[in-house]
Design a protein around this ligand. Sequence first.
Ligand code: SF4
Length: 103
Amino acid sequence: MNPAYIQDQQQLREGECVRCGRCCRLVFRCPFLGGTEENPTCLIYERGRPFQCAAFPIDPRDLADVDFQCGYHFAAPGEAPITPTPPLAGSKPNNFPYPVFPA
Ligand code: SF4
């Protein structure tokens, strides 16, 4: 994924993560997903989620992967978001066992 594209998309992203856990089960069940099916919780949310978690959703295609049931939505291109989302606050880029953007 192109880092510049992700940065551009962050400017269009509005809302906030409500920690529903849907994106934590897309490819596999994240080992840091705790709680119950009804009340999931990220065990490392406050301690620095991996970059790819903080970056989700990058665009509406990601929202489609969670049936658009997410605390985020996207402003239309060219439409300034009402409240710009800070760039991935709380995330620690590339701190997971694998880099997000291989060199
Ligand atoms: S689907 Fe959206 S609201 Fe739910 S945990 Fe992922 S980013 Fe947060």
